[in-house]
Ligand binder design. Structure first.
Ligand code: PMM
Length: 286
């Protein structure tokens, strides 16, 4: 699977949230035209994949109707796929994944890893698309109650074990092993310390043997880290330098992909790493 094969740097998945209520950019790209223009901008900045989503997963969010989600994402996916973009659909619903694939989506990105709507695994299997399974425990209105990792090995061991179970379900549903991507699900049923533990110790997740996608961009644990002296979190759109540091760390660990809002900043960080990887310049003797 070409999209999943290594290219010496992480692939960049640019986020296009066609939602009125996402924490990072809710309401900015809610019309198809605005979302399509944003997707084109991210492509021009160097996104490898555009991730189109129509359901906000911010903590506490309520779910849209299936019809609302379809109306939000399908026209945007069709337009951007027609322009030649590699598009992923960010959905937990089989019906939406099916319509998205029919409209040109080439990847299914399911934050629930098949737990919210198990039929989505069959949809991805039948279409032969790569399938991103994120670590997830519950829908957004209840996920805070599930941020407990008190077994030996803590959050890292739990996330690896729960994702390994999802891999079994994916393989059983007929998704080919070379189409599976795993994601630790930063911010989903996780407190800040859990997110940092997962980033610190990516090796066990990478050791499961599948490409790994990481989405830290603009998330609240970065806002908390960078909070003002009075405790006010750093605003979402001022967290891109912190995300660049996460980018460098993840690239050095060998992650396959990064899901980001600020494609340009991320690309810049990766350009520095690529340059540093080059051999020394040999100057010709005079
Ligand atoms: N995070 C969000 C949405 N979708 N998908 C994957 N695979 N990984 C993530 O970490 C992830 C995701 C929430 O962030 P947003 O509201 O900025 O899109």
């Amino acid at each position: 699977m070409q999209l999943l094969s290594p290219i010496g740097r992480p692939r960049l998945m640019g986020v296009v949230n066609v939602t009125p209520d996402s924490f990072s950019d809710g309401g900015r790209y809610v019309t198809p035209d605005a979302a399509i223009a944003h997707g084109q901008r991210l492509l021009a900045e160097g996104a490898d994949i555009l991730d189109i989503g129509g359901e906000s997963t911010r903590p506490g969010a309520t779910r849209p109707l299936v019809s609302e989600e379809l109306d939000r994402v399908v026209p945007v996916i069709r337009a951007l796929a027609d322009l030649g973009a590699t598009v992923s659909v960010d959905t937990m619903r089989a019906e939406v994944a099916e319509a998205a694939i029919a409209a040109g989506a080439a990847v299914v990105n399911d934050v629930s890893g098949g737990l919210a709507d198990p039929r989505i695994l069959e949809v991805a299997a039948a279409a032969g698309t790569p399938y991103v399974a994120m670590h997830w425990r519950a829908h957004s209105d209840r996920m805070r109650d599930h941020a407990v990792y008190d077994r030996p090995g803590g959050v890292v061991a739990a996330v690896c074990a729960e994702l390994a179970e999802r891999v079994d379900a994916m393989l059983a549903a007929g998704i080919a092993a070379n189409r599976i991507v795993l994601d630790p699900g930063l911010g989903f049923a996780k407190r800040a310390t859990h997110n940092w533990d997962l980033l610190r110790d990516l090796a066990p997740l990478l050791a499961l043997g599948y490409p790994v996608l990481v989405g830290a961009s603009r998330k609240s644990f970065l806002g908390t880290l960078l909070a003002a002296a009075d405790g006010t979190p750093r605003p979402v759109e001022q967290r891109e330098h912190a995300n660049s540091a996460v980018t460098v760390h993840c690239a050095q660990q060998g992650v396959w992909g990064l899901r980001v809002h600020d494609v340009r900043a991320t690309r810049d960080a990766l350009a520095v790493l690529e340059e540093l990887d080059r051999p020394h310049t040999e100057e010709a003797p005079r």
